[in-house]
Design a protein around this ligand. Structure first.
Ligand SMILES: Nc1ncnc2c1ncn2[C@@H]1O[C@H](COP(=O)(O)OP(=O)(O)OP(=O)(O)O)[C@@H](O)[C@H]1O
Length: 570
């Protein structure tokens, strides 16, 4: 049951997080085992005294006290184990959620949203039982070990009789741990694949309905079910086989101990009470059934922790602690920037300068890398080579807070996060204020429709209208409220009606606009309003100039806009 360092470290951190509770659980579990080990000796002593007609009340009372103590300890163990599991699970979920968000788009690229949810929900809950399972295994091991020691104390021959079969038990447990680990890993992997396919289908319900492929997609999502069932059955078979072997071996060992005890009784080396105690200790020592259960639980928890460890092993982007020069104009510079997606180099050694306070429109055919370049400009993703600087500071050198306050983004399909509409617009603001939110909403032409909502800005975001244009206006309002020195609009006006688009474009690109703006432009009219246009083609910047210059000189540039562009450009 070897552990990679990430998984081991994660479980150690989780145990440390619940340290006192884990220590208390270990203590209670070991105390339970200790009380369980004392009971046979006390019973044997009481029996001997009763058989000899000697006063045995004290020993009978000790036996009763031990039984009561065992009941109390058992209750404590249940409560401690339950709360420890819950705390550890919460700790793991917090840690992995934080890391997934720190990874940004890379997390979904590498694992897929469904698989991530499966890991965060199912695997985290299972991994959360690891510290409790470790404590339980410790106690379950203490039982057999204590049983053998007690047998040795009664008579060394009893321990020797038991130990002849011990190697068999060790082999049994080792093969159980190994086989269970493989089956559980297979099972959890298949579960992750089903979750991925389901998340994809949930995101594409409209497409599935429009295509009328619901049955086919349900079949596709559940296709790995037989594999899941095979992995599940394999898991039960492994455990069943181990339990069956244990059931075969344990009574033989028990019998051997009782036979030796009987022989020693006949030679007057043991009393009847000793035989009773030895018989019970032999049962404790052969408690492999308990061990099988505990070991399987621990293996399942560790396998689940390994899946969380895989997510944590993905390196998150680091941030420096530098600040931007105060009152910088938002001068953006890309130096030799290259970025790959899949096997393709989408951007190849791109150099680009956007002087502070100006607007640059990114133009290019579909798939040319406009969104990728827009993402690189505000460090939503990092380049594979080259660097991006804002006001002379490389983006990775900036502190996270400084970077996020300096660069605002609006997207074509913004995620509306937060509780109310007001929260959605104020998301991420250092000093949110109602006035700032309303002003931003007015600039984005969202104020009028928000005020018409039943509770205005206090309307739950789930109840707010979500048409493409309305969502885009809320997303734009969020970007405007941020008042960063760089504003990046990635196709953020595409769903607006013509009048609204004109008003928003005027606010963003008109004379009154402030800061530097990077706009992904699909329409010639938008490109024409920018100070400069960068034409992306085949991974490179083919030309930089005003729209009018590029339009006049370059037929390839005109072709990007097609027939509609000919009219707008003209
Ligand atoms: N996760 C990914 N895996 C593989 N390729 C990707 C991934 N994301 C983007 N790409 C590819 O990178 C290229 C650039 O994508 P990008 O979204 O930047 O293009 P774009 O110019 O904005 O296109 P559009 O105008 O259609 O939005 C495309 O060929 C795209 O298929």
């Amino acid at each position: 049951m070897s552990m990679d360092p990430t998984t081991g470290g994660l479980l150690t951190a989780a145990s440390r997080h619940s340290g006192p509770r884990w220590a208390a659980l270990c203590l209670v579990s070991v105390a339970t085992t200790g009380a369980g080990l004392l009971l046979p000796a006390a019973l044997g002593r009481a029996l001997d005294l009763l058989l000899a007609h000697a006063p045995a009340t004290r020993w009978v009372l000790i036996c009763a006290t031990l039984v009561l103590l065992l009941t109390g300890l058992d209750a404590c163990e249940t409560v401690l184990a339950g709360t420890l599991d819950a705390r550890t699970t919460a700790f793991l979920r917090r840690r992995v959620t934080g890391h997934v968000l720190a990874l940004g788009p890379r997390a979904t690229l590498r694992f897929g949203p469904g698989d991530l949810v499966a890991r965060l929900v199912g695997n985290a809950a299972q991994a959360g039982t690891a510290p409790g399972a470790r404590a339980a295994l410790l106690a379950a091991l203490a039982g057999p070990v204590g049983g053998v020691v007690a047998l040795g104390v009664i008579d060394p021959w009893l321990a020797a009789a038991f130990l002849t079969g011990a190697p068999l038990l060790t082999l049994l447990l080792r093969s159980l741990a190994r086989d269970t680990s493989t089956c559980v890993a297979d099972y959890q992997r298949v579960q992750g694949r089903i979750a991925s396919a389901l998340a994809e289908a949930v995101g594409g319900t409209r497409t599935i309905r429009a295509a009328g492929t619901a049955d086919r997609d349900a079949e596709r999502i559940l296709r790995p079910l037989p594999e899941l069932s095979r992995a599940g059955r394999r898991m039960w078979r492994v455990q069943g086989r181990a339990a069956a072997r244990a059931v075969a071996v344990a009574p033989l060992l028990h019998l051997a101990v009782v036979a030796v005890a009987g022989m020693l009784l006949s030679r007057h080396r043991l009393s009847a009470g000793d035989v009773l105690a030895a018989s019970r200790y032999a049962v404790l020592a052969t408690g492999v059934g308990v061990l099988v259960g505990q070991l399987s639980g621990l293996v399942r928890a560790r396998t689940a922790a390994r899946r969380l460890g895989e997510v944590l092993a993905e390196p998150a982007p680091t941030h420096g602690d530098r600040s931007l020069p105060p009152d910088g104009p938002g001068h953006l510079e890309l130096r030799g920037v290259s970025a790959r997606r899949g096997a393709r180099t989408v951007l190849d050694g791109v150099d680009l300068v956007v002087p502070g306070g100006t607007t640059l429109a990114l133009v290019g055919r579909s798939g040319a890398g406009k969104s990728l370049l827009a993402a690189l400009a505000g460090r939503l993703t990092d380049p594979d080579a080259g660097e991006v600087l804002l006001d002379g500071v490389a983006l990775p050198a900036l502190s996270r807070a400084e970077l996020r306050a300096a660069v605002a983004y609006a997207f074509d399909r913004p995620a509306l996060l937060g509780t109310t509409v007001e929260d959605t617009i104020a998301l991420g603001l250092r000093c949110p204020s109602p006035a700032r939110v309303r002003e931003a909403a007015r600039t984005a032409c969202a104020d009028a429709f928000v005020r018409r909502l039943p509770d205005g800005y206090a309307t739950p975001v789930a109840d707010a209208p979500h048409s493409g244009g309305e969502a885009q206006r809320l997303g734009l309002a969020r970007a405007f409220a941020q008042r960063g020195r760089l504003l990046v609009l990635d196709d953020a006006l595409s769903s607006l009606d013509t009048v609204t688009e004109h008003q928003v474009t005027e606010a963003v690109l008109g004379r009154a606009a402030t800061g530097t703006r990077l706009v992904v432009a699909h329409r010639a009219a938008t490109a024409a309003r920018a100070d400069t246009v960068a034409w992306l083609d085949a991974g490179r910047v083919r030309a930089v100039g005003t729209h009018a210059q590029l339009w006049r000189r370059l037929p390839g540039y005109r072709a990007v806009f097609g027939a509609a562009g000919e009219e707008a450009g003209a």
